[in-house]
Design a protein around this ligand. Structure first.
Ligand SMILES: C[S@@+](CC[C@H](N)C(=O)[O-])C[C@H]1O[C@@H](n2cnc3c(N)ncnc32)[C@H](O)[C@@H]1O
Length: 215
């Protein structure tokens, strides 16, 4: 179990935190938590502000394959796969990749090469029994409530045997805690790295991890 920056190949995210705070209402939070069109492809104050395939996950896919030393045809699951962009880039590397997400909208607007490989379901009650060679969950688990996160981590451990990577929103400084509370609309479990590590232990999760920190 180690902290590893598997998203290091991604370009930096531009966040206008002031604009989001100025626009934010309880309705924005409720709409974002529907994970529908507004969250992915509506105005930026509701979420992504337009989530289109631009190849940004290709480097991450390569780093994941290298990190876990995955052979061609390895079975990989991406939990919180959104439109399946990472799944598509893993498929392009010869992996047998699948995704799961709660968003009907994202699955209906998925990358064409991921079609038929993405399943509707929640991280806390995963619709899989056969193990995977690696399980990923990127910027997703903080959207669940604490007990649901524990269930999700437990399932990730069961399906991966610990060959897994989880990245979650977190904070190490007061400024990062403020930025997180202002920027993220969907988070339900917020903790510093030590809180996440305690949760990993509680769930018996032994895979790798990293934290998304924002200023
Ligand atoms: C911030 S996005 C991250 C998407 C993708 N992993 C990425 O990094 O671009 C969070 C994703 O989690 C999904 N999600 C939210 N709650 C979920 C749950 N309980 N189970 C599975 N997916 C969930 C959302 O639909 C959304 O696609």
């Amino acid at each position: 179990m180690s902290r590893v920056a598997l998203l290091r190949a991604l370009p930096p995210v531009e966040r206008d935190i002031g604009a989001r705070v100025a626009a934010r209402t309880p309705s924005h939070v409720a709409i974002a938590r529907d994970y529908g069109e507004m969250y992915f492809d509506g105005p930026r104050e509701y979420g992504y502000g337009g989530y289109v395939y631009d190849g940004r996950w290709q480097g991450v896919a390569r780093d994941i394959v290298a990190h876990f030393d995955l052979p061609l045809g390895a079975r990989i699951l991406d939990i919180g796969c959104a439109k399946g962009f990472l799944v598509a880039d893993l498929l392009a590397l010869g992996m047998d990749a699948y995704g799961v997400d709660v968003s009907v909208y994202a699955l209906e607007h998925c990358h064409p090469s991921a079609a038929g490989r993405l399943f509707l379901g929640s991280a806390s009650s995963l619709p899989f029994t056969t193990p995977f060679d690696a399980v990923l969950s990127i910027n997703t688990l903080h959207n669940l409530q604490r007990q649901e996160v524990v269930k999700a981590l437990h399932s990730i451990q069961r399906l991966s045997g610990g060959n897994a990577f989880v990245q979650v929103d977190s904070y190490e400084t007061a400024a990062q805690a403020i930025a997180l509370s202002r920027w993220v609309l969907t988070a339900q479990f917020v903790a510093p790295p030590s809180g996440w590590m305690a949760l990993f232990d509680e769930a018996g999760y032994t895979g790798d991890y990293d934290f998304t920190l924002m200023e």
